[in-house]
Design a protein around this ligand. Structure first.
Ligand code: SF4
Length: 348
């Protein structure tokens, strides 16, 4: 469908969501992160939906944080791990989560399944069986190559011969740093979120949007994704039309000769040093970028952030070696031709 149709469609879905929330006695808010959801916030404001916006801003790039501040986004903090003796909260940090639960790699869905296999209970027995016996639809299945590398926890039970990785894997990083703080805010405020998700991003998001649609009201959760049917091009066009302030990390929105819109620097952003999707990234990937920017910090994350049961320090280098993601500079040719649109340019 054309852009104008999709914008109109998003407007209708957003207004329907507000009406339904009001009918159910629910408040509503926008969950904000990068450019997509910043555009959503301004889109909602442009059609008269003026609601609070929240974000765990501290996880985002500094330039995104500045825009959040300008737009009056409420800043949330990571979840509390425990209370200090003096009564102040100690909040989870990424390194603490990785040490305690494991590395976020591949995708949230796969990491969650690997975590479940490694932490068997009676309650999750059916789920584990489904994972090992590949009972899920192809889009929700753990690819065979990952089962071979991570599925060994259940070898005895299922007579398989898979390996166990020399590090822990889990999806809990997102949960403690992002999801729980947002969920806690939402339940405290009896509020349902607008999210800037688009099915065109693929993966779990596409799957969830196709199954549950733009507006969803379940027993426990409700949420609206008015941009569900948008492509990245639609999003960028809307950002231009609404004069959205573009965080410096993205550069500016420009048009190629063939009319395609693009951001001159980062195409997408997220927390640094995250392994979700790293196996699909072209070089220079997240880890290369950090090496350029802050070699000392890179060294810590790559080689020192965890200690194994033999007392040996290790980090992402062990993880990336295991899943076959290159991170050293020996093969310079890997960098050729993949520079455009990446932060890496800034550091050259
Ligand atoms: S996106 Fe990655 S680094 Fe950021 S909170 Fe989620 S798992 Fe952690």
């Amino acid at each position: 469908m054309p852009y104008s149709f999709k914008v109109e469609y998003a407007k209708i879905r957003a207004k329907e969501f507000v009406a339904e929330c009001e009918k159910r006695g629910l408040n509503y808010h926008v969950s904000v992160g990068g450019l997509d959801s910043i555009t959503l916030l301004l889109f909602l404001r442009s059609i008269g939906i003026d609601c609070p916006a929240v974000s765990v801003s501290g996880l985002e790039d500094k330039s995104i944080q500045e825009i959040h501040k300008q737009l009056g986004v409420i800043k949330l903090l990571p979840s509390v791990r425990y209370m200090n003796p003096n009564g102040t909260p100690h909040r989870w940090s990424k390194v603490e989560i990785i040490r305690e639960f494991g590395f976020p790699i591949i995708s949230k869905e796969v990491a969650e399944k690997i975590w479940t296999l490694a932490n068997p209970t009676e309650k999750n027995a059916k789920f584990r069986e489904g994972i090992i016996k590949q009972k899920y639809s192809s889009s929700r299945r753990v690819a065979q190559k990952w089962l071979e590398k991570f599925g060994g926890y259940a070898n005895e039970e299922y007579g398989t011969n898979y390996k166990i990785a020399p590090f822990k894997v889990s999806e809990k990083c997102c949960y403690f740093l992002k999801e729980k703080p947002c969920d806690d805010w939402a339940s405290k405020n009896n509020s349902a979120p607008f999210l800037g998700l688009m099915a065109s991003e693929g993966g779990r998001r596409e799957y969830m949007l196709k199954i549950y649609g733009c507006n969803y009201f379940g027993k426990i959760r409700a949420r609206s994704c008015p941009f569900a049917i948008f492509s990245k091009q639609d999003l960028l066009q809307l950002a231009l039309d609404l004069n959205v302030p573009i965080p410096a990390i993205y550069g500016t929105i420009e048009r190629k000769e063939d009319g395609t819109l693009y951001t001159t620097k980062a195409q997408r952003t997220g927390c640094g040093m995250c392994g979700f999707g790293i196996h699909l990234e072209k070089r220079p990937h997240e880890f290369d970028l950090l090496k350029e920017k802050n070699p000392k910090l890179w060294h810590f994350w790559m080689y020192e952030c965890c200690t194994d049961e033999n007392g040996q320090k290790f980090g992402w280098a062990r993880v990336l070696d295991y899943i076959g993601v290159p991170y050293l500079n020996e093969d310079k040719t890997q960098f050729d031709g993949v520079m455009q649109g990446r932060l890496f340019e800034e550091n050259q």
